[in-house]
Design a protein. Structure first.
Length: 60
């Protein structure tokens, strides 16, 4: 299974291009995050990592 991770650093940006790209490479589950790159804590990325099982691929 491919798990996608889409992130934006500002609230006025749009995730559509990233979501389309992740869907096009076959991501079955996609998590989204709108958080600045200066933040070390990324809860949605952590969720994707926790969800992943052996042989899954996380696509960023």
């Amino acid at each position: 299974m491919h798990i996608g991770y889409a992130r934006l650093s500002t609230l006025d940006q749009n995730l559509n291009l990233q979501l389309d790209a992740l869907s096009n490479v076959g991501c079955e589950r996609i998590v989204q995050e709108k958080i600045t790159g200066t933040k070390l804590a990324r809860p949605q990325l952590h969720e994707a990592i926790e969800y992943a099982q052996t042989n899954n691929v996380i696509v960023v």
